[in-house]
Write a protein that binds this ligand. Structure first.
Ligand SMILES: [Fe+2]
Ligand SMILES: [Fe+2]
Length: 303
């Protein structure tokens, strides 16, 4: 596997995989609200307690709104982080510079793509859905951590997108085709980001003593806890959106532990599915066997 983890190989694959936003969501395209937008493995809305079939479908759409919003949020701190990383060593390797700039350019494109989908969602959903934020404050909080801790969190996110598509989206024939196309195109470019992040994490760790790597891992865990708290707030906002969209009261949903069930689902979608990825775990084991062992003790909370 690691033979393909070189800057020139990654640059070549990113040039082959590249697409335009217009190819994914043409101007005026609409989501089909008669279909689910996210697979059950990520939304867990078919298993949501106390809901009618119609309400489960609406909640699935609200969770897709969360998915779009969460990716807008995370891509907004990934972009400056990658630009800082490439700028620090511009003369090191021309392929490295080009591959990382391509990475940054793709994340800027993904932010636009997620916004375009968000706009199509808001236009046709019919009632208001809120997102945690503001994104600037979330970015600032994440980016104040140890660079290796941030890089590990980003590595987890990139492998997570690979797992989402391959494990639960590619073979799902019920999903709205436009949403499925978004997730497929994102997967295509994120495959290169995951490899670049692996190189980035390894280069950073090489220069650090084991105690500092352990400290950086603890800071990664702080970012995980911070994002998890945000997902808890988001679960509350999602139930309020569900109440608005279905004309019912939030307290009716809360009686059935729906909020806790949905928070756990978001934990798996945005945190646990990345932690469980074999390639994330392998990189962590290479830079710090003790951090890898610690991950095993924490990961079950995010299943
Ligand atoms: Fe992305
Ligand atoms: Fe990415």
């Amino acid at each position: 596997m690691y033979r393909s983890f070189t800057y020139d190989a990654i640059l070549a694959s990113s040039q082959r995989a590249a697409w335009r936003i217009e190819d994914v969501i043409p101007e005026g395209a609409a989501l089909d609200f008669g279909r689910p937008f996210l697979p059950e493995a990520l939304a867990r809305t078919a298993a949501a307690p106390g809901l009618s079939a119609d309400a489960r479908q609406v909640l699935n759409h609200i969770r897709a709104h969360e998915y779009l919003g969460m990716f807008e949020l995370v891509e907004e701190f990934i972009l400056p982080f990658i630009l800082d990383h490439v700028r620090a060593d511009l003369s090191l390797d021309d392929n490295r510079t080009r591959a990382l700039l391509q990475f940054a350019g793709e994340e800027a494109k993904h932010i636009q793509l997620f916004k375009r989908f968000h706009h199509a969602f808001v236009r046709d959903f019919g009632s208001n859905c809120a997102m945690i934020g503001p994104s600037e404050a979330i970015s600032a909080e994440v980016l104040r951590h140890h660079p290796l801790g941030i890089a590990l969190f980003i590595l987890q996110l990139e492998w997570m997108t690979q797992a989402h598509y391959l494990d639960s989206i590619r073979d799902d024939t019920d999903l709205d085709p436009l949403m499925k196309s978004l997730l497929r195109h994102h997967w295509m470019e994120e495959a290169q980001h995951a490899r670049l992040d692996t190189l980035m994490v390894e280069a950073m760790a090489e220069a650090l003593p084991p105690e500092e790597i352990a400290r950086a891992f603890d800071e990664y865990l702080e970012i995980v806890a911070f994002v998890d708290a945000g997902l808890g707030t988001q679960a509350k906002l999602n139930l309020e959106a569900l109440a608005r969209a279905t004309g019912r009261s939030v307290s009716e949903f809360d009686r059935n532990d729906l909020r806790a069930q949905q928070h756990q689902s978001s934990r798996w979608t945005f945190l646990g599915s990345g932690m469980a990825h074999a390639n994330f775990q392998a990189t962590l084991a290479r830079i710090s066997p003790s951090a890898r062992a610690k991950l095993d003790r924490i990961a079950p909370l995010y299943r």
